[in-house]
Design a protein around this ligand. Structure first.
Ligand code: ATP
Length: 341
């Protein structure tokens, strides 16, 4: 059976996974006295995420183990907790609890997201990817970002396909995850950062210039470009080449994949992938852009997903390769199912 995407229902849109919580990191307490760990859900550069159950309530959640070998790592996790505590919005992953037992890992207990990564979902043979579906996802991403930028004064700074998850395997709701590189932002102060994922990072990050809310909108532009075409606009043969392509800001819609893409969609991407940060769309302008704002007259014909499938499979392999290299360096073996003993 094919899956068509319909609009997100207002009620389910605002559904919260649990009551608002002010999380204070539990120091010196044993995680296993409170939570039972299950299978691995995913892993990234900084840690591994397992499904878990709160023993007292039976609530299913996710436990993210973050390596904190250096003192600075602990400060980073404390910042992630402070930021997540501020981010109370249905489009943003919610924090439930946090642990620091003084060992080489800290643990965040998070809302459990069951639907997997958005890009994995859309490449499924059963999923019909249309421009309308893209706008439904993009609108939610921009809503989450608008809250981050204007209410919480937080920049995400690591938006990429892996950090957009689907709440369920069949619904349309998405959540932005991974606030490990996020920063509080004060519009009166200059903030510069030198991290992120080359394919999705804005020119001002590569050039170590000032960043701001529109820095995240560059990444939104790249994600949209990939979703519509399966092509990565700045991808080079190495990270250095990718970053050089980003700073040149040379990209186009020449590939045949864009032949059937609407002018509105192309205009949206064009207004995000602008080298001068101040001239890019911000989240409010993006939500008012005619591609996202109007619900009618969206192309319902299916986009060709061949290249998008290739893109996702390539990233899967890259992730596996980097995990392997990392574990080799740590002298560990590669396990995917066993939660920490
Ligand atoms: P990165 O390398 O992107 O910086 P990271 O080490 O900060 O990653 P996350 O991105 O937070 O880790 O999580 C890694 C993966 O684990 C995600 O891509 C996702 O597939 C899965 N994951 C993370 N949080 C959850 C959650 N709350 N529920 C379900 N799966 C999750």
């Amino acid at each position: 059976m094919s899956t068509f995407v319909s609009e997100v229902d207002e009620e389910e849109r605002n559904e919260a996974p649990f009551e608002r919580r002010e999380v204070v990191i539990k120091k010196g307490e044993d995680l296993k006295a409170f939570y039972k760990l299950h299978d691995e859900l995913g892993r990234g550069k900084f840690g591994v995420v397992y499904k878990c159950t709160e023993i007292q309530s039976g609530k299913e959640l996710a436990a993210k183990f973050i390596r904190t070998q250096r003192k600075e790592d602990r400060i980073d996790v404390q910042r992630e907790v402070d930021i997540m505590t501020k981010l109370q919005h249905p489009r943003l992953l919610q924090l439930y609890d946090a642990f620091d037992d003084g060992s080489k890992e800290m643990v965040l207990i998070l809302e459990l997201i069951r639907g997997g990564e958005l890009f994995e979902r859309v490449i499924d043979d059963d999923f019909v990817l249309t421009e309308k579906a893209c706008t439904i996802f993009l609108r939610q991403i921009c809503e989450g970002l608008a809250y981050m930028h204007y209410v919480a004064l937080v920049l995400h700074l690591d938006l990429k396909p892996e950090n957009i998850l689907c709440l369920t395997k069949t619904g349309n709701r998405i959540k932005i995850i991974d606030f490990g590189l996020a920063r509080f932002y004060d519009p009166t102060k200059k903030l510069q950062v030198l991290f992120g994922t080359p394919e999705f990072v804005a020119p001002e990050v590569v050039n170590f210039d000032q960043v701001g809310p529109r820095t995240d909108m560059w990444s939104v532009g790249v994600i949209t470009y990939v979703l519509l075409s399966g092509l990565s606009p700045f991808m080079g043969d190495s990270d250095a080449e990718t970053m050089a392509n980003v700073t040149k800001c040379k990209w186009d819609f020449e590939d045949e994949s864009f032949d059937k893409v609407s002018d509105e969609a192309k205009d949206f991407v064009s207004q995000c992938l602008v080298k001068d940060r101040t001239k890019r769309l911000d989240t409010k302008e993006a939500l008012n852009h005619r591609w996202l704002a109007t619900k009618e007259a969206k192309t319902e014909s299916a986009l060709d997903k061949k290249k998008l499938k290739r893109f996702v499979i390539k990233r899967r392999w890259q992730k596996l390769f980097y995990t392997y290299i990392f574990l080799r360096r740590m002298g560990a073996t590669m396990t995917f199912d066993d939660p920490p003993k």
